[in-house]
Write a protein that binds this ligand. Structure first.
Ligand code: SF4
Length: 264
């Protein structure tokens, strides 16, 4: 979904509660170095070509206005969440924006968390990693345990290096949330042993403080994607749950026809 303003919501997030969204990307188009087959913003190629990114001053002003308004209205929020129409760490002022946001959060809603949903492609950059370590919830994506499968699911821009991303994640010492989309298409399946077992080994190696597993719940640009119910995902993840990992699973209570494809 393309976000046309810098600050949006609050909305109810299935993972984060009452969430005030911040979009550091263009207001009229998607801006991402991934092109995931399930992206709710659509394919990069179908974007409207808007590449104007808000400045740190723009974000600070819009966020302070909204936080002040919510405070005067007596409305609370659980989190300020950086998400929006693409990858937030691509904004060149990301580190400054995080510092400003933490200051504003402490000023207006000190109990609220600051969360960043990131595809983790830039966490090898020291300034990006340092900024993400300051927030309460650095929610970092790895959907696939191999470069080949990441190429099929995430369709990254040239230069993506899954091994480099995993190494950079180790630098967080487990102080991050790993997010992974579980899905299947005619040529791969997150539940197959060749995908699931190495992914679980990766989780054991990274030891994130929480793992968020979810499935497609909005129209996706690639047709024919299969989804899983919460119960199916819980069964797949049973070994990690029994080993004590904090696993949050979000999906439909049941998949009416497990063989049916997810379509627009
Ligand atoms: S990383 Fe997020 S915004 Fe980027 S293509 Fe994937 S789902 Fe879309």
């Amino acid at each position: 979904m393309i976000r046309e303003s810098i600050v949006f919501g609050p909305i109810h997030s299935r993972r984060l509660g009452r969430s005030l969204g911040v979009n550091l990307l263009p207001s009229e188009g998607k801006f991402c170095n991934f092109d995931c087959i399930y992206c709710e913003c659509g394919w990069n190629a179908d974007g409207r070509g808007d590449t104007h990114l808000p400045t740190a001053a723009d974000v600070r002003s819009a966020l302070e206005d909204k936080l002040l308004q919510l405070m005067l209205e007596g409305k609370g929020i659980d989190t300020i969440t950086f998400s929006g129409s693409g990858e937030p760490t691509l904004n060149p002022e990301f580190a400054t924006i995080i510092d400003d946001t933490l200051f504003l959060r402490d000023t207006y809603f000190p109990q609220a968390k600051v969360s960043v949903l990131s595809n983790a492609t830039r966490i090898h950059l020291p300034e990006v990693a340092a900024a993400l370590r300051k927030v309460d919830n650095a929610i970092l994506k790895i959907d696939a345990p191999t470069e080949a499968l990441a190429a099929r699911i995430n369709r990254p821009a040239k230069g993506y290096d899954l091994a480099r991303t995993v190494e950079a994640m180790k630098g967080f010492d487990g102080q991050f949330i790993l997010q992974t989309m579980f899905l299947r298409s005619p040529d791969f399946d997150s539940a197959s042993p060749e995908v699931l077992l190495p992914w679980m080994d990766m989780v054991r190696e990274l030891r994130p403080r929480r793992v968020m597993v979810y499935t497609v719940d909005r129209p996706a640009p690639m047709k024919g994607l299969g989804i899983y119910s919460e119960a199916q995902m819980r069964e797949m993840l049973r070994p990690l749950i029994e080993e004590g990992f904090d696993i949050q699973i979000k999906g439909p209570a049941a998949v009416q026809n497990p063989d049916a494809s997810y379509k627009k």
